[in-house]
Design a protein around this ligand. Structure first.
Ligand SMILES: C[S@@+](CC[C@H](N)C(=O)[O-])C[C@H]1O[C@@H](n2cnc3c(N)ncnc32)[C@H](O)[C@@H]1O
Length: 270
């Protein structure tokens, strides 16, 4: 795939933490800067289990991609808010099951995009798109997506740990508009940060908004996330803490406190 122009490349301000780089730091990655690490220190004071939560979220992503590729036979993925490259990215997991699986990575963080081009754009079946997931039609008609993804065939649309980055009422709207573009038999993966403790919800939402120059949405409740699945056919084992979603033999650190969790699951487009 040719490397496209990057309209956000010159907007990098490394003194402002980004959700993508903070998450990278929590995962033990090296694509982060001092501002991100200081922001994570603040975050850990309010939400001390965030490191284990991030590691378990990433393990969920691997499991759900493997399940979709192996058991649903889907060979096209759009990973919305893909984040910084790490080990076992979506295309590596999916292409291990079906070589030739097409993967589009979408993100709007300039560091994700520049790193992604080197580390994710490994073969002709993978492309990285600089786009805002709140504009599904622009993603659908992007020159790297149009003709590369066949929207007449099932697609797996991933929204893993991303919807808390966008304010209300965007999650429900962008999901509705994305799902309208998908063929029957497509699947959607949705999970986001939730807390049933109002103090945690408000505290983390305020902290992240301050840290990221308002580039952030909201920690929500499980009930709110359940509404994102309206009209979809939720697949077993249902909606739950993604740590408990079809666990396998991988040894993972457990969250010792559960002040917040990643909540969601997998659904079929009827
Ligand atoms: C916490 S990371 C999740 C990464 C990956 N999905 C995972 O679960 O491992 C959230 C990602 O969403 C991206 N993001 C946030 N808002 C976005 C938007 N409106 N459009 C595209 N990407 C966005 C961020 O840049 C970041 O890379």
């Amino acid at each position: 795939m040719p490397v496209d122009e990057d309209p956000v490349q010159d907007k990098i301000d490394l003194s402002v933490p980004s959700a993508a780089r903070m998450y990278d730091f929590l995962l033990g990655g090296t694509n982060n800067f001092l501002s991100d690490r200081l922001a994570v220190q603040d975050l850990l004071r309010t939400a001390p289990s965030s490191r284990e939560l991030a590691i378990n979220n990433r393990a969920f992503l691997r499991r759900v991609v493997r399940h979709i590729a192996a058991d649903y036979g889907i060979r096209q993925f759009i990973d919305h808010g893909s984040g910084l490259p790490t080990q076992d990215n979506v295309h590596q997991v999916a292409q291990r099951i079906h070589r030739g699986t097409k993967v589009i990575y979408v993100d709007n963080d300039p560091v994700v995009l520049s790193q992604g081009r080197f580390l994710l754009d490994e073969n002709d079946d993978v492309a990285i798109v600089a786009a805002d997931m709140t504009n599904p039609e622009a993603i659908r008609s992007h020159p790297k997506v149009d003709g590369f993804i066949d929207f007449e065939q099932p697609v797996a649309a991933l929204f893993v740990s991303v919807l808390h980055c966008v304010p209300d009422p965007e999650p429900a709207r962008l999901l509705r508009e994305t799902i309208k573009l998908l063929a029957s038999g497509s699947v959607v993966v949705i999970c986001q940060l939730v807390s049933e403790d109002k103090a945690v919800r408000d505290g983390v939402t305020r902290l992240m908004a301050e840290q990221t120059n308002n580039n952030w949405g909201r920690v929500r409740t499980e009930e709110e996330v359940r509404t994102y699945f309206d009209g979809l056919d939720i697949q077993p084992p249902g909606l739950l803490d993604v740590t408990d979603w079809r666990p396998d033999s991988e040894v993972l650190p457990r969250q010792r406190t559960r002040e917040w969790i990643e909540f969601g699951g997998l659904a079929l487009v009827p």
